[in-house]
Ligand binder design. Structure first.
Ligand SMILES: [Zn+2]
Ligand SMILES: [Zn+2]
Ligand SMILES: [Zn+2]
Length: 144
């Protein structure tokens, strides 16, 4: 986790930004909640505990900056809010998500069997694919 902070420091420096306590607290919160896919408001509520003087607008801007620097990724799970998670994939292809339509549980899927599908599409439609985004909706083990 130290690596992520060092990486952020370097990337901020490259762009002429500083690692302010607010930026550090925001990233810390995301690191501490890895795998949870927090929304902007949820992150704000947690960051406020570390930095009581921080405002929602600052958290919002910090998240946008971290997203731009590719330290975190914005994910849209069709639940009406932007959620964020750490960008843990070097090749920039993030894992896919299973979303329980009953309790809202979000499960990460590490297997990616879509290369074959991509090949098939590229061949049949003469279309060069760079990336794909997939969400699976259904019922988690507790809700079935
Ligand atoms: Zn569920
Ligand atoms: Zn995820
Ligand atoms: Zn994939």
């Amino acid at each position: 986790m130290k690596e992520i902070m060092e990486n952020l420091k370097d990337r901020l420096k490259e762009k002429g930004y500083k690692l302010t306590p607010q930026r550090r607290a925001t990233l810390d919160t995301i690191i501490e909640n890895q795998g949870k896919h927090l929304s902007t408001e949820e992150i704000y509520d947690m960051v406020k505990k570390k930095c009581p003087e921080i405002g929602l607008a600052t958290v919002y801007r910090t998240l946008q900056l971290l997203d731009e620097l590719e330290i975190i990724l914005k994910i849209n799970l069709d639940d009406g809010c932007s959620r964020y998670e750490l960008n843990t994939h070097e090749d920039n292809h993030q894992h896919h998500h299973l979303i329980c339509v009953k309790c809202g549980e979000i499960i990460e899927v590490e297997v990616d069997l879509l290369e074959t599908l991509e090949e098939e599409i590229e061949k049949n439609y003469d279309f060069k694919i760079n990336d794909h985004k997939v969400k699976f909706f259904g019922y988690c083990s507790k809700c079935q």
